[in-house]
Each structure stands twice: as structure tokens, then as C-alpha cells.
Ligand binder design. Structure first.
Ligand SMILES: Cc1ncc(C[n+]2csc(CCOP(=O)(O)OP(=O)(O)O)c2C)c(N)n1
Ligand SMILES: [Mg+2]
Length: 330
């Protein structure tokens, strides 16, 4: 990766960090309701992988911890925040909220609340690409605990059987809500599990965006060449509780401190400073500009946008007479 790209990536990752922190505040201020799952600590995963991909051309799908992936895929942060504020201008017109960010224009295919739900959807998207003969790939991000769902095994089997162009990325943050991985999972090394399906895989440090980028470049090359699926396990850590309703009381402070010493944003910052490509003052200025942008543009847009109108309450709701509903009018 060129230095200029690394600097841009640093800005994007810092923006994502500040965006998520501002979401936390907006939730406390009651501008965001419902569920809210935040991404601080895990940024190198989404940014390293999607930097190596071709967002907007390649399809991206993930779980409920989805704001940052959507933004890196090309979604407008203002519209993502407006979605979180349940506004008409949101990416899902305010009807989806945090767990259902969707931006078809940028091929960001959601945002899903069902743990393990995106595995087969990603296989289906990849099957569609294969049938149409395109050179796109589908990238599916999911958590470590999701791999204990039946959908994981069904999807890995089909993906390999049909050699689908899909990259599965496991963001292994060691926990599924409050349950540590070794208390829920017989084989804790997630990358080993797909060997049962003959899917090539790798495990990488998910805090180091350079390493993630390199591992993802190799994985994507494999998938795009038509060689079938690939599984990448990234070791990472979320700084906050599982969601806003999680008091985060189950993790040792020593463990939290250990991971915060390997912060993905700070590691990239320090690497650029050591290489003489950035100064601390430049970084601080970058941070100030980001905080201003989030307040003056992103939050303002979300705050000032209208709520969905009551007369539209039936819009975007499937009814029994819709032709695509089973049993509905043909
Ligand atoms: C089918 C299903 N079962 C259970 C839940 C409740 N649930 C929500 S998140 C979660 C843990 C998922 O952990 P992981 O896959 O590791 O992702 P992370 O939140 O750590 O990113 C569970 C069990 C759900 N949303 N869907
Ligand atoms: Mg997890």
C-alpha cells in the first residue's frame, strides 16, 4: 500500500471511530433508539479487507455491527446516521435502523439481525455472480459465535461444492455477547473449521490494518480468479459491550487494557509517524476536522431531516396482495 493510501486509510478509520463514538452519545441523548452495536476496536478488519477489494463493484454483507462496513463500501455517512435517527433520509428510509443498513447502489447488501443469517445470503449472491459470469466477488463479514449456527456449515458446504466467488471474513472478537469463545466453541481456531469443507483459509492479526490488507489481497486474488471460496479469520476485540444494553461486566480489565495497547488506529498512526510521513500535530488537526465534519454535517443532516410521514406507514411493508408474497395475488 502506498503512503498516500495509508494516510487516507488512517483518516477513514479515525472517521469511523469518531462516527461510532458519536453514535454512542446520540443514543444516550435518545436520538437513536432500539439496538445499537458499535465497532470501535475492530476497524482494521473492515478497512483492511475492503481496501483490498473493489467496493461498489464487489458485494458486501454483514451482521448487525454494520455502520462502518456500509460507509467503507460507499454509503454516505450522513444517510447512515439519518437511518440511525430513524429519519426519512436514511439509507433504509428510517425503517431499518442500526441493524438494517442497506445501500444497494453501493452493493452493500445489509445489515442483518439474525446471527448466521448472512452466510447463505452471501452464497446466494455469489451464485448469482457466477451465473451471470461477472468478475465481482461477495464478501461476507461475520462474528466468531455465528460460526456455531447451522447456516455456517450449510453455506460452507454449498460454497465449496459450487466453488462460489465468496470471501468469508470471521471477525473473531473472542466473545458472542458475554460468552467467551472457549465456553461456546469446541474448535476455537475458526480458520481450521472450514478445512472440513476443503475451503482454503488463513488467520491474521485483525488489529494491524497492513497485515489484514495483505491477507485479504491474497484471499481476494484466489476468489476473483474463480478458484472458489476462501475463509479469513481476523483476531480482534470490541472496546464496548456487545450492544448499548450490555454492561460489559464479564471481561477482565487486564484483557481490555492489553487489547487497547494494540489499537488499530493508533498503530497505523504511529507507523506513519515513525516513517516520517505524518506528524502528531497533523494527526490532531485531522481529528479536529473529523469531529467538526461529524457534528456540522453528519449530525446536523440527521437531526434536521424529517421523520417518515404517518401517511407513508404502509409503504415498504409487504402485504398479502403483493405479488411476491407467497399466496398473494399472482
Ligand atoms: C439466530 C439468532 N440467535 C441469537 C441471536 C442473539 N444474538 C445476537 S448477537 C449474538 C452473538 C453473536 O456474536 P458474534 O457472532 O461473535 O458477533 P459479535 O457480536 O461478537 O460481532 C447473539 C447470540 C440472534 N440475534 N440471532
Ligand atoms: Mg464475537
Amino acid at each position: 500500500m502506498k503512503d498516500a493510501d495509508k494516510k487516507r486509510l488512517l483518516r477513514e478509520m479515525l472517521f469511523a471511530r469518531r462516527f461510532e463514538e458519536r453514535c454512542y452519545e446520540a443514543y444516550v441523548e435518545r436520538n437513536i433508539g432500539g439496538f445499537l452495536h458499535l465497532y470501535p476496536g475492530e476497524e482494521a478488519c473492515a478497512f483492511g479487507v475492503l481496501e483490498a477489494a473493489n467496493p461498489g463493484h464487489d458485494y458486501v454483507i454483514t451482521s448487525y455491527r454494520d455502520h462502518v462496513h456500509a460507509i467503507k463500501a460507499g454509503a454516505d455517512p450522513k444517510k447512515v446516521m439519518a437511518e440511525l435517527f430513524s429519519k426519512e433520509t436514511g439509507v433504509s428510509k428510517g425503517r431499518g435502523g442500526s441493524m438494517h443498513i442497506f445501500d444497494v447502489k453501493h452493493r452493500f447488501m445489509g445489515g442483518y439481525a439474525l446471527v448466521g443469517g448472512p452466510f447463505p445470503l452471501a452464497a446466494g449472491i455469489a451464485k448469482g455472480i457466477q451465473m451471470q459470469g461477472g468478475d465481482e466477488i461477495c464478501i461476507c463479514f461475520l462474528g466468531d459465535a455465528a460460526n456455531n449456527q447451522g447456516t455456517f456449515h450449510e453455506s460452507m458446504n454449498m460454497a465449496k461444492l459450487w466453488n462460489l466467488p465468496v470471501l468469508y471474513v470471521c471477525e473473531n472478537n473472542l466473545y458472542g455477547i458475554g460468552t467467551r469463545i472457549d465456553r461456546s466453541t469446541a474448535v476455537v481456531d475458526q480458520y481450521k473449521r472450514v478445512s472440513a469443507y476443503n475451503i482454503p483459509s488463513a488467520k491474521e492479526d485483525g488489529q494491524d490494518v497492513d497485515l489484514v490488507y495483505k491477507a485479504a489481497t491474497k484471499a481476494i486474488k484466489h476468489v476473483r480468479a474463480g478458484k472458489g471460496p476462501y475463509f479469513l479469520e481476523l483476531m480482534t476485540y470490541r472496546y464496548r459491550g456487545h450492544s448499548m444494553s450490555d454492561s460489559n461486566a464479564y471481561r477482565a480489565k487486564t484483557e481490555e487494557r492489553m487489547w487497547s495497547r494494540r489499537d488499530p488506529v493508533i498503530m497505523l498512526r504511529d507507523r506513519l509517524i515513525e516513517a516520517g510521513k505524518l506528524t502528531l500535530d497533523e494527526f490532531k488537526d485531522m481529528d479536529t476536522a473529523i469531529l467538526d465534519e461529524i457534528e456540522d454535517e453528519v449530525i446536523r443532516f440527521a437531526s434536521e431531516s424529517p421523520e417518515p410521514h404517518i401517511s407513508d406507514v404502509e409503504k415498504y411493508v409487504l402485504g398479502e396482495n403483493d405479488p411476491w408474497v407467497m399466496g398473494g395475488a399472482q
